[in-house]
Design a protein around this ligand. Structure first.
Ligand code: HEC
Length: 304
């Protein structure tokens, strides 16, 4: 949309400058003078606009540069008073663990964060203990390996950025902790991205090792389609279709980027209730205290 507007703006600019230059020859024609000035002003503003937003080039061949705008999905946590669907967070964690975590880290989430959100503390501790963490130094000054505990953060798939790029054909799978906040459209974008893989339309060639996805800016993403029907087996028996997994992992990532979400809405509601009660009380007290003053009658009896 943006590119269409830019193209329209520069086309308009060209039309106006052409008009202005032909009319410059007949400058004596007074009725055309005003039009010429108006044209130059709008030409100038179009130029300023293009300058401001840096769009003099007309290389916008398609809408793909910006990526397709993700549709709005009816997330169950969208409303002012709606909490996250915690069953969905739990399933989403499973999708992250079994699918995404082989490439993407989740640095800002610790095992303890899952407790009372999607898992019991025993479950979270058991999952943490399956992972070996490097700790130390011990009495001899050496690092040692120990099983994870609740306070440990989620393990990253690669030791550093170079290793993750090397394993992914040069592309870096970004950390997913704040991904929902980092992208325009948030969870809608993640959902659209994960379910948006398709064959490239005629006339669009996709580079070696890249995949066509219209929701990714540029239309080509280094991450291939990762979700396929039946890929995971949910312990609550929910059928693991591609869209179900995409929805669950998007909900999980929404929670990961905003773990305070439920408390925030609850406290917001409490604040509204308390503050409106206090407002009502103070209005009442104000009226009470002022009523003798406001209803008094001043009578002036001039001396006879
Ligand atoms: C095989 C490795 C691999 C797996 C598995 C994987 N990804 Fe990715 N992912 C990547 C790579 C590589 C990129 C970087 C793509 C690029 O920059 O072109 C990426 C990018 C992303 C992005 C960022 C897109 C953007 O706008 O920058 C998101 C979001 C994402 N992945 C989500 C997921 C989710 C959710 C899962 C699990 C369902 C997942 N990925 C599984 C490799 C993977």
């Amino acid at each position: 949309m943006f590119s269409i507007f830019n193209r329209a703006a520069s086309a308009q600019m060209k039309a106006f400058s052409r008009k202005a230059s032909t009319q410059a020859g007949s400058a004596s024609n007074i009725s055309n003078k005003g039009a010429a000035i108006a044209a130059s002003i709008s030409g100038l503003s179009a130029a300023l606009y293009s300058y401001q937003f840096g769009v003099f080039d007309e290389a916008f061949a398609s809408g793909l540069e910006e990526g397709l705008h993700a549709p709005h999905f009816p997330w169950s946590h969208n409303g002012y008073l709606d909490s996250f669907d915690h069953n969905s967070i739990r399933r989403g964690y499973q999708v992250y663990r079994e699918v995404c975590s082989s490439c993407h880290s989740l640095d800002r989430i610790a095992w303890r964060n899952l407790v009372a959100v999607s898992h019991t503390s025993d479950e979270a501790r058991a999952m943490a203990e399956e992972v070996e963490y490097t700790d130390g130094p011990n009495d001899q000054g050496e690092s040692f390996q120990r099983p994870g505990k609740l306070a440990d953060y989620m393990p990253a798939p690669y030791p550093n950025e170079e290793a993750s790029r090397a394993a992914n054909g040069g592309a870096l799978p970004p950390d997913l902790s704040l991904m929902v906040k980092a992208r325009h459209g948030g969870a809608d974008y993640i959902m659209a991205l994960l379910t948006g893989y398709q064959d490239p339309p005629a006339g669009i060639s996709v580079a070696e090792g890249m995949n066509f996805n219209p929701y990714f800016p540029g239309g080509q993403i280094a991450m291939g389609r990762v979700l396929f029907d039946g890929l995971v087996e949910y312990d609550d028996g929910t059928p693991a279709t591609t869209t179900q997994m995409a929805k669950d992992v998007s909900t999980f990532l929404s929670w990961a980027s905003e773990p305070e979400h439920d408390d925030r809405k609850k406290m917001g509601m409490q604040a509204v209730i308390v503050l409106s009660a206090m407002t009502a009380i103070s209005l009442y007290v104000k009226r009470l205290k002022w009523s003798p003053i406001k209803t008094r009658k001043l009578v002036y009896n001039p001396p006879k």
